[in-house]
Design a binder for this molecule. Structure first.
Ligand SMILES: Cc1cc2nc3c(=O)[nH]c(=O)nc-3n(C[C@H](O)[C@H](O)[C@H](O)COP(=O)(O)OP(=O)(O)OC[C@H]3O[C@@H](n4cnc5c(N)ncnc54)[C@H](O)[C@@H]3O)c2cc1C
Length: 803
């Protein structure tokens, strides 16, 4: 049995790319993370190295791009293709093309190359700053989802490989980022299926070379009469050579075939002939056997998950291993955050596997094709010429060119397109409104939001809209507000409807909204949403002082669409027009926390736009609280909102409520969890709605002020509405009823005890019943007037907290 301080929100096994990105997000977002790796030190050299354009965007969103660029990575903008000269005379360049062609709209049209260890170190530094330390060398020895502890159902045994000490912990989630040989996957009995029976053995060598080969600083695929290699420039004047040592298509295929560094160097010399190459030093050499495998499942129970190489392996040719791992981690991180914040139903986690497994399958399919086209069949000069000269909409394309182009989009990361589901709106989505979808819009739900440049009104800076909100787990709601004069009323109506009690923004309003600093950039109303307003006007054409209050609260996120964009040279309002939005009418684009588009809604006068957004957030299973608003919960706190629901059965009584007057106040009794140190405190706490205590360090007061004994931080809570009476439900939906609403600051209530007296009245007779004790979970009495027994049974309290 684990001690209370051995309880974690998540245990992450493995500190490779998938583990570190997940760990960073969750540590920054306030989760208690246990993170281990079985190696004594992080990756020192070698392994994956290519960070693709979309991954660079992700790293920038995490605030890591500057540190990445400080390594001065090699940047690959173009790929050169070399083929054999006739008559055994060596090799010659037959073509070249951009590694990220222009039809892909990205800020970073290159692959940044720096070894995996340096990238891991970037993350490890930030993880440490966020309060988590990766423990090494530790391994996982056992785990089980026992469910004994409802809140922390997974038991995990970890072992320090230095001391053999075993530590047993409990956790809400276990995540395996262990790489291809995942102990967790094996123990779960999840099979790897092999897409294709082709397997490869690769020799990979990083080093500094002296050569007269002219394209040594360019990514090249070289086919010669002596074999094939891929050349990739690296940081610190290095170059990486991939040499295929064996393929299962070889007549003498042997998966254990290997080669020494010297043999690989000799092979490279022959392939590059008549050019010469000599190694000044070798930094890393590895033989890397690959099978194109995919895990059948990414989870079995939505508590124990896997990602990265634990779920998919493929050839290193397209440089996808680390990138796919990053995408896995980000996809999982925000969904887990949404669920644990009480924002989303647990079923949202199902979309992690369905979205990411589909991408892994696509990757393996592509990898097969890519391997066949680049490794086994050198394209001829004519095809290469076509690849170089064709733009996206010119002329006929052969298979090679088509594969090249479609693969470029996919491998850049911008081709990742999640299919329609509860998060990615499509006409079959349960949220229905004629306002969903706008003709001509080029954004696609499920695909990454297109980079867009605008001018920020507050400081006239030209900014990258897609980067304006950091990766903080919030949905980004881009209100392309169109013409300020034409859409004045539509924007006002949008603001008014957002302020209504049942809007998605109000339901998830911050508890400390009255005290939110003017300098809060991203989440002035809710931790779950950031709104941005982009007007199709010049800077001087937007008078902020006349904008509705809700809009002004996002004063860091009000923009003028007056920055030219070379992709739409004739556009007056480039951002609107590039995205296909009418600059007069505008439109609202909802973007997921991982920057993929969720839905697009027309901006209209009246309540329609917010109604559609409410429907989207409610129906996409994201919004428990919106559903609760409609159904009514027993308790509802707006902050770390405590949703206490019950399946209370009333027999011949109604109007059940706590006896709660100023003279005789009701003591509401809860178990409390500190949001800072995530500890649930052993003692029950009670408070009334009449008492008022000063909050230290603030001018405010609260019904309940509490100092966490473990971390010493002071938190507070107040009852803001209620108590309401619980009436006999009219239908199944209204069985769950709200009794009180609370503002909670820095704490969450985890359990409720119905201490104290409750009162009710006879359903038909109105006979008053007082002194009702619900602490045993049921109550019986007799209504003399009606001549029948009255009772309350099956009382179940359930609290859900929303951050
Ligand atoms: C030798 C080698 C060479 C590679 N070369 C290339 C390449 O040239 N190009 C390319 O694109 N990709 C390459 N890859 C693949 C690339 O490194 C991966 O795709 C990428 O790192 C996947 O990230 P991950 O986090 O899923 O797994 P990994 O990076 O494998 O990280 C897994 C981590 O978990 C730890 N771990 C494993 N089991 C346990 C356990 N039981 N308990 C605790 N910790 C554990 C490991 O020590 C490791 O730190 C190579 C991989 C290997 C192994």
């Amino acid at each position: 049995m684990a001690h209370s301080d051995n309880k974690y929100d998540i245990v992450i096994v493995g500190a490779g790319p998938v583990g570190i990105l997940l760990s960073l997000c969750l540590s920054r977002w306030g989760y208690k993370v246990k993170h281990i790796d079985n190696r004594p030190v992080p990756t020192a050299t070698g392994r994956a190295d290519g960070i693709q354009p979309r991954s660079i965007e992700i790293l920038r969103n995490l605030g890591l791009k500057r540190a990445l660029m400080a390594y001065e990575p090699a940047k690959v903008y173009a790929v050169a293709f070399w083929d054999p000269l006739p008559g055994g005379k060596g090799i010659h360049r037959t073509g070249s093309w951009p590694s990220c062609p222009r039809f892909i709209d990205t800020r970073y049209p290159f692959t940044a190359l720096v070894h995996q260890g340096k990238i891991e170190q970037l993350f490890l530094n930030e993880i440490e700053k966020a309060g988590t330390t990766v423990q090494r060398p530790w391994t996982i020895v056992d785990f089980a989802n026992t469910g004994k502890d409802e809140a922390y159902p997974v038991e995990v045994s970890l072992k320090c490989l230095d001391t053999n000490v075993i530590e047993n912990v409990r956790t809400k989630y276990l995540f395996s980022g262990e790489g291809a040989r995942s102990v967790v996957r094996e123990k779960l009995g999840v099979q790897i299926t092999y897409k294709d029976q082709i397997s490869f053995v690769w020799g990979v060598m990083d080093g500094v070379v002296q050569t007269n080969f002219p394209d040594i600083n360019t990514k090249c695929t070289i086919h010669s009469d002596s074999g094939s290699i891929m050349v990739i420039p690296r940081e610190d004047s290095m170059v990486r050579l991939y040499v295929q040592i064996a393929s299962s298509t070889d007549p003498d295929w042997n998966p254990r075939k290997t080669a020494t560094a010297e043999e690989v160097q000799e092979a490279a010399k022959k392939i590059l002939h008549p050019y010469t190459i000599d190694w000044v030093r070798v930094e890393w050499y590895s033989v890397y056997p690959i099978g194109q495998g995919i895990s059948e499942k990414y989870t079995l129970d939505h508590r124990i998950f896997m990602g990265g190489d634990a779920c998919h392996t493929h050839s290193p040719k397209a440089g996808q291993g680390m990138n796919t791992a990053f995408h896995d981690a980000l996809n999982f991180a925000w969904k887990l955050h949404a669920v644990e914040s009480g924002f989303a139903d647990r079923s949202l986690l199902e979309s992690y596997e369905s979205e990411r497994k589909k991408i892994a399958e696509d990757l393996l399919d592509f990898d097969n094709k890519y391997a066949a086209l680049f490794s086994q069949r050198p394209p001829n000069a004519e095809e290469v010429g076509n690849a170089k000269s064709l733009s996206s909409d010119e002329g006929e394309e052969n298979e090679f060119v088509q594969t090249f182009k479609s693969s470029c989009e996919f491998t850049s990361g911008y081709g990742v397109a999640y299919e329609p589901n509860v998060i990615n709106w499509s006409p079959s989505h349960p949220a229905q409104s004629h306002l969903f979808g706008i003709d001509g819009v080029k954004l696609v739900p499920g695909k990454a939001f297109t980079p867009t440049t605008v001018a920020r009104l507050s400081d006239a800076n030209i900014v990258h809209l897609e980067q304006e909100v950091p990766a903080n787990g919030s949905f980004r709601i881009f209100v392309f507000a169109g013409s300020p004069s034409r859409n004045k009323k539509a924007v006002e109506d949008l603001a008014n409807n957002l302020e209504k009690d049942k809007s998605f923004l109000s339901v998830y309003r911050r508890p400390d909204i009255a005290e939110v600093s003017y300098f809060e950039r991203h989440n002035p109303h809710s931790k779950l949403f950031t709104l941005s307003f982009i007007f199709a006007a010049e800077k001087t054409g937007v008078d902020v002082s006349y904008l509705p209050r809700v809009v002004k609260d996002y004063h860091h996120h009000i923009y003028a669409d007056d920055v030219p964009d070379v992709r739409v040279p004739h556009a007056k309002f480039s951002a609107h027009e590039k995205l296909g939005l009418d600059p007069e009418r505008g439109g609202v684009v909802v973007v997921r926390p991982d920057s993929h588009v969720s839905c697009i809604v027309r901006l209209v006068e009246g309540s329609g736009t917010v109604d559609a957004l409410n429907a989207y957030f409610k129906n996409s299973m994201l919004s428990l609280a919106l559903t609760a608003e409609l159904e009514g919960y027993m308790f509802m706190s707006r902050v770390s909102a405590a949703h206490l629901s019950t399946n209370l059965a009333l027999f011949s009584v109604t109007g059940l409520r706590p006896k709660d007057t100023e003279e005789d106040p009701y003591y509401y009794t809860f178990k409390v969890l500190c949001s800072s140190c995530r500890e649930t405190h052993p003692n029950w706490v009670s408070f009334t709605r009449y008492e008022k205590h000063e909050i230290p360090g603030s001018r405010g007061e609260a019904n309940f002020v509490w100092k966490c004994k473990l971390c010493g931080k002071t938190h507070s809570a107040s009852i803001t509405a209620g108590p309401n009476a619980y009436e006999i439900p009219e239908n199944a939906k209204s069985k769950i009823q709200k009794i009180i609403e609370m503002d909670c600051r820095g704490l969450e209530f985890t359990d409720f005890k119905a201490d104290g007296d409750w009162e009710a009245k006879g359903a038909e007779t109105t006979t008053a019943f007082s002194g009702i004790d619900l602490s045993e979970g049921e109550w019986y009495d007799y209504d003399e007037k009606a001549g029948e027994e009255v009772s309350i049974k099956d009382i179940k309290w359930e609290i859900r907290n929303i951050k």
